[in-house]
Design a protein. Structure first.
Lengths: 123, 98, 119
């Protein structure tokens, strides 16, 4: 890899946690990408916003609760977290329900941001 | 941006999300998403309504496999795998709406 | 142009692996290069040589191996996803190698385009 190459990577999360492994395994890619010193942003759309819901208790399904990892992203210099306003509202959620600080954007603003990316990964 | 959608709009919200969020550009329908290009479906109505913002393509081998290649709505261009490759190459980036 | 490919689903259940393969074949036919195919999530199941489809069906695993043999395509299976699903060096088909997620990020950086095939 050539030194100092930095691209804009965006991770689009559209799936809820636990029902499938996409959310968890997506997070693993995010952490690795940050370690490569790339410009990383995360987007939560549709059921993906459920990944950020506060208060997840996974003991009863005997699965690891990975939601605290979102709070650890800051330590990896991943600070660009975006949530689509329409998706949030359609699920009866407000920013206060989320486990981390995010920037809430409307669909058009989000689309504009996506168009500026070099690599968009969707899980 | 080339937006790639692969799920039937009758089953998943991927096409809806793409049409709602994506900036104007191109959409390629592959796999089960090709049903969105089929005349008379609710998906085709959504595609028709977005043709002013998006150039829409559908993958011909996937249409043929599903016996709907003769029912593609006006305004949607069919491409083969070579055309799929060209579309990816022509756009600055691509995004699969999974 | 250099293409990177990400395959997120296993063979036979989803069309993702077939679509990815046909895309690679078409790209190579047009003179493009496939920088790497990265297998993630259930996509790691494309790499086991224990796969035995019926005679009249396509052999998805062998097809990928053949692509690697004919064109030198780098087929990389994510180690974490593979170990979770019982994919190890001892049951890996020819042409595949197991490595870290960093290989996916590297593909995103080095390839001109990264195309994802999934569910």
């Amino acid at each position: 890899m050539s030194e100092g190459t930095s691209k804009k990577f965006m991770f689009v999360n559209r799936t809820a946690p636990y029902g499938t492994a996409y959310a968890l395994e997506s997070l693993e890619v995010v952490l690795i990408t940050a370690a490569f010193d790339q410009d990383v942003s995360l987007v939560f759309v549709d059921d993906g916003v459920w990944q950020l819901k506060k208060g997840q208790q996974t003991k009863g399904i005997e699965t690891k609760n990975f939601s605290p990892t979102y709070r650890a992203l800051e330590g990896y210099d991943v600070e660009k977290l975006y949530v689509e306003r329409e998706s949030l509202e359609a699920r009866g959620l407000a920013e206060a329900d989320l486990i981390v600080d995010v920037e809430v954007l409307d669909s058009a603003a989000l689309g504009k941001l996506m168009a500026e990316q070099d690599v968009v990964l969707s899980f | 941006m080339l937006n790639i959608v692969n799920k039937s709009p009758a089953e998943r919200s991927a096409l809806d999300a793409c049409l709602r969020i994506a900036a104007p550009g191109a959409i390629l329908l592959i796999e089960d998403a090709v049903y969105a290009a089929v005349r008379g479906t609710t998906g085709a109505a959504k595609i028709a309504g977005a043709l002013d913002r998006f150039k829409v393509y559908a993958l011909l081998p996937d249409l043929e496999a599903r016996a709907v290649a003769d029912r593609v709505i006006d305004g949607v261009t069919t491409v083969d795998y070579g055309g799929f490759v060209d579309l990816v190459a022509e756009h600055n980036a691509c995004q699969s709406w999974l | 142009m250099k293409f990177g490919i990400l395959v997120n689903e296993g063979p036979y259940q989803h069309q993702a692996s077939d679509s990815a393969y046909l895309f690679c074949k078409a790209a190579l036919a047009k003179g493009h290069a496939i920088q790497r195919v990265f297998f993630y999530h259930d996509g790691v199941n494309n790499s086991t040589r224990l796969t035995e489809p019926p005679q009249d069906d396509r052999n998805i695993v062998t097809r990928w191996s053949q692509l690697a043999a004919d064109h030198g395509v780098d087929l990389v299976v994510c180690v974490a996803a593979a170990l979770r699903r019982g994919i190890k060096d001892e049951n890996l088909a020819p042409g595949f190698r197991i490595s870290g997620l960093g290989q996916l990020v590297e593909t995103g950086i080095q390839a001109d385009r990264l195309v994802t095939f999934g569910d």
